[in-house]
Write a protein that binds this ligand. Structure first.
Ligand SMILES: [Cu+2]
Length: 201
């Protein structure tokens, strides 16, 4: 009873904060590629959670254009996020996408701009924007617009990690340049949940 008398609002706040931190879990997993050359750059994200929306991040994501390459090759962002397209090359680059997930109404051309300049675009539609440059036909990249802020991109060996996931029952989904989308159910608790997926051509 003495304990209850000495609880202050600050104590309650601290308890709530530490509980929040300790409750968050993570998802670790590995993607196996079948019939495609590598699991590298496969996007993994928690699919839409019914009844839950997420405010867009105030911080911009960056898609760099360096040595005639989009870096990273695959960038995952939360719906509503803004991406800064930075030109780090001494030549001008153009950035456009002919559609978002096949919807040509969402095609957009950002124009062409010189070294050191960046152009911002806010992605309000879910789906995948295949990035192209009409100056360099070999340039290609992807923006994957996800419904939740819980996402990752697989490394060379197919491994991925999604941190700070609140406990719950979720559907994990993949997007891959060459393979078909895959889903797997995952239960996240306080610790590490494991999710392994196979992406097929
Ligand atoms: Cu270019």
């Amino acid at each position: 009873m003495h304990f209850i008398k000495t609880v202050t609002p600050a104590c309650l706040l601290l308890a709530a904060l530490s509980a929040g931190v300790s409750r968050a879990g993570e998802i670790k997993g590995k993607i196996t590629a079948q019939g495609i050359k590598s699991p590298e750059n496969i996007a993994v994200y928690i699919d839409a959670i019914p009844g839950k929306t997420f405010p867009p991040p105030s911080e911009h994501a960056v898609m760099d254009q360096r040595k005639l390459t989009f870096i990273p090759h695959v960038l995952v962002v939360l719906k509503g996020a803004t991406v800064d397209f930075l030109n780090s090359d001494s030549v001008g680059h153009n950035v456009f996408w002919p559609a978002i997930s096949g919807n040509k109404k969402l095609a957009h051309n950002l124009g062409t701009w010189p070294q050191g300049v960046k152009k911002a675009f806010t992605y309000d539609e879910l789906g995948v924007a295949p990035l192209l440059c009409n100056v360099h036909s070999e340039m290609s990249g992807y923006i994957v617009v996800a419904p939740t802020p819980y996402f990752a991109v697989a490394g060379k060996d197919g491994s991925f990690e999604i941190k700070d996931v609140p406990p719950g029952h979720y559907t994990l989904k993949t997007w891959s340049e060459e393979g078909k989308p895959t889903t797997v159910a995952v239960d996240v608790g306080a610790g590490t949940a494991t999710a392994d997926l196979t992406v097929k051509r």
